[in-house]
Ligand binder design. Structure first.
Ligand code: ZN
Length: 322
């Protein structure tokens, strides 16, 4: 992935919100089974749960514990993280996005590449949705633990997630190395990072289009949850398929080059976060009843469908709510 070196970057929506170390103990999200058990499932599960709980209310602990318990209580107040208290003040971040000015900076810095990917997603979706588009409130990078405006607090065990209430994407940058590369055996490549952000941005688009409100069923291979996640993959693919295309007014795209390797890196990442792959790796067996994101094959297929969609949102209709 190469960025147009002369392109100007807009850093206004991307910021490091720091986070607390969480070393104070108490109040962390309970994840039964510990990091290697529920934690890994959790990491991917929660990406969806945070989204879904806003619509339907899910008992996070129950789901992570492997039970199918759902709570009828609304989680709009962020109560899914009830009991969580962020102790200690924000430590201030280690990422400085303000110095990212051009595509050249993005070619030379992972932090600036994050800004550039956000800018590219912003440009792309404002073009596709027109009047229906509203930018996400921001991409907030954190370490350790973060307090959101609308979804309670979360730790880095959660992985990247989108909070519909505050329309913000939360990104723990250690996720790529710790989870994708380490525990899930994937790899950390530039376009893997882009894919993850594009997937979360897909959830924002679903929020804008009202699709998120149509989710009724939370778990299982045929659930709305899975359909919602596959559509987010499809939306990520739409962006990937057109990210290097000049806009209608002839303006040069921010991303000047995507290689076949980039695309196969993203497909590899999509494989790594498939429910069957994760279950096989962490539980030694596949249980379709508890799927929330879809199989590796489904995730890859929908990403590719998005790439071929030629900017047609309808091509990514995975049947949420139907
Ligand atoms: Zn998702």
């Amino acid at each position: 992935m190469r960025f147009n070196p002369k392109a100007r970057l807009d850093t206004s929506r991307v910021r490091d919100v720091g986070g607390s170390s969480g070393s104070g103990g108490g109040g962390m999200i309970p994840i039964p089974g510990g990091r290697m058990g529920g934690g890994i499932g959790g990491v991917v599960l929660v990406i969806a749960l945070l989204v879904l709980s806003q619509c339907a209310g899910i008992d996070l602990t129950g789901v992570l514990g492997g039970s199918s318990t759902t709570s009828s209580s609304s989680s709009l107040d962020g109560s899914m993280f009830s009991g969580t208290s962020v102790d200690g003040s924000s430590s201030g971040g280690t990422h400085d996005f303000s110095s990212c000015r051009t595509g050249d900076d993005a070619n030379n810095s992972e932090d600036c590449a994050l800004v550039a990917v956000e800018n590219s997603l912003y440009d792309y979706w404002s073009g596709v949705l027109g009047d229906r588009f509203q930018p996400e409130t921001g991409v907030h990078v954190f370490e350790g633990q973060v307090q959101t405006d609308g979804c309670g607090s979360a730790t880095e065990d959660v992985g990247p997630f989108y909070c519909p209430t505050d329309q913000t994407i939360y990104l723990d940058t250690d996720f790529y190395q710790d989870m994708l590369e380490g525990q899930l055996g994937g790899q950390d490549a530039p376009f893997v990072r882009a894919y993850v952000i594009a997937h979360e941005y897909g959830h924002h688009i679903q929020n804008l289009l009202g699709i998120m409100n149509q989710v009724r069923t939370q778990q299982g291979a045929d659930s709305d949850s899975v359909k919602l996640e596959l559509q987010a993959d499809c939306f990520a693919g739409m962006w990937a398929g057109s990210a290097t295309t000049a806009s209608a007014d002839g303006e040069e795209p921010l991303i000047s080059d995507l290689t076949d390797q980039d695309i196969s890196d993203a497909i590899g990442a999509a494989t790594t976060v498939g429910d069957d792959y994760i279950q096989e790796r962490t539980q030694g067996g596949v249980d379709e009843e508890s799927w929330t994101h879809g199989s590796s094959q489904q995730r890859v297929t929908w990403f590719k469908t998005g790439m071929a969609a030629n900017n047609d949102v309808d091509a990514c209709d995975t049947g949420v709510g139907s």
